[in-house]
Design a protein around this ligand. Structure first.
Ligand SMILES: NC(=O)c1ccc[n+]([C@@H]2O[C@H](COP(=O)([O-])OP(=O)(O)OC[C@H]3O[C@@H](n4cnc5c(N)ncnc54)[C@H](O)[C@@H]3O)[C@@H](O)[C@H]2O)c1
Length: 386
């Protein structure tokens, strides 16, 4: 299945690491370490192969992909030898990355984004296109009546006043083009009733939000342990230090609030109560893409005896995120091919703040994912046999 991956924020760290990674896998220059879809429990005929993936995207920045890949190599995010080996292929993808359209009304901007997506699909003879939002995290938008129905939204988009944040304009355009949409960030994306209506109407699936790659991933494993042993978590406080473009943006209070809320929600969902404590995010320019998270958990055991646990996580954010971008694109394309539309709550395993009412503990989410993918493979095998 020839599958397009259209990256919103295509010149950013996560996007370029994903492109370099896919090219390296295709050329046999790297192993799929970190790609969940390459585990024996998930691998199979429904998923597009790495050789079937074609990249394109939008960005507001103009840094050439080769230059960004060199910067990622200098920072130790990707091996330097890969950047050099893949320069020609990266330069070839350059022409597929377009400036983000910005026209007089949001209806015109969305139509221009849709036109870019349709042209990309036709130019490369793609069976499916998955639009993945890996752009800068936005502040949560104020509620607006136009968010509640597709008819109201369609009317409002033609006006002079913007009613959607950029991530939702991109989601609207993607769903309008009949593409699947994945939100890798905490931004609102497709998470509005009007866009859900559009997804179902155009038979396109969507997934999100905000991939869990570090502190929240550890929380989704540790919190179930406290719950299953009937230990009372009294407080859980985390401090995240990060640099890079994401870190710089998260220094903005509104974007920081959107991310911190997304990171803390998992505890209440798993424990059934919200322990005391906050997640803090601080920008430290010098550490670039290498994030440090320190968490302190205080908890009570039998007879109220107080205890504590601490952990430190040192992760390279883009190296953790990029394989998941490839996983999500492959899985969402396969779901679309199998006829799924609307939200994909079965992909909760990947997200901090997943769509739907599924489990929040990582182990439970894994079982849901395995069953979901097994179904996709069964359908693909049945289709091939017909
Ligand atoms: N790295 C991780 O582990 C991780 C995990 C979960 C979520 N995320 C999210 O992924 C996103 C990308 O992270 P990053 O480290 O690559 O950040 P980055 O700053 O390196 O890249 C973001 C890119 O988005 C572009 N951009 C900004 N607004 C845009 C718009 N409206 N349309 C198109 N492009 C736009 C920027 O120019 C930039 O190139 C962030 O929102 C981050 O919170 C990252």
């Amino acid at each position: 299945m020839r599958t397009g991956i259209w990256l919103i924020g295509a010149r950013g760290s996560v996007a370029v690491t994903s492109i370099v990674g896919a090219l390296a896998l295709r050329a046999g220059l790297a192993d799929p370490t970190g790609c969940v879809t390459e585990l024996p429990a998930l691998r199979g005929p429904a998923l597009p192969g790495f050789t079937d993936l074609v990249f394109g995207g939008h960005d507001v920045a103009v840094t050439p992909l080769v230059k960004k890949a060199d910067a990622l190599a200098s920072a130790g995010v990707v091996p330097g030898r890969l950047g050099t080996a893949l320069h020609a292929e990266l330069a070839g993808i350059e022409s597929q990355v377009r400036p983000l359209p910005a026209l007089a009304t949001q209806a015109e901007t969305a139509a221009a984004i849709t036109a870019d997506l349709v042209a990309f699909r036709q130019r490369h003879h793609l069976d499916r296109v998955v639009v993945v939002n890996v752009s800068t995290t936005e502040p949560a938008p104020p509620p607006h009546p136009a968010h509640l129905s597709l008819a109201a939204l369609t009317a409002a988009l033609g006006g002079e006043t913007p009613v959607l944040p950029p991530s939702a304009v991109a989601a609207y355009a993607a769903l309008h083009a009949g593409c699947a949409y994945v939100d890798f960030t905490p931004s609102v994306g497709a998470r509005l009733p009007a866009l859900d209506e559009l997804a179902r109407q155009n038979r396109a699936p969507y997934a999100g939000h905000d991939s869990k790659t570090g502190e929240t991933l550890v929380k989704a494993v540790l919190a179930p342990m406290f719950a299953l042993r009937n230990l009372q978590v009294r407080s859980w406080s985390g401090s995240n230090l990060l640099g890079g473009g994401d870190g710089a943006n998260l220094a903005e209070p509104a974007a920081n609030a959107a991310k911190a809320a997304s990171k803390q929600r998992v505890l209440a969902e798993i424990l059934g109560y919200q322990p005391q404590g906050h997640t803090r995010i601080e920008y430290v320019d010098d550490i670039g893409d290498f994030k440090t998270a320190w968490d302190l958990i205080t908890f009570a055991g039998f007879l109220g005896t107080g205890m504590r646990m601490e952990f430190t996580w040192h992760g390279c954010d883009s190296a953790l995120a990029a394989p998941l971008v490839l996983d999500l694109a492959r899985l969402t394309a396969a779901a679309h091919q199998a006829g799924r539309s609307g939200p994909l709550p079965e992909l909760a395993f990947f997200f901090k703040d997943p769509i739907g009412d599924g489990p929040h503990a990582l182990g439970d989410q894994w079982h849901v994912l395995v069953d979901f993918v097994a179904d996709l493979h069964r359908q693909a095998a049945d289709g091939a046999a017909d």
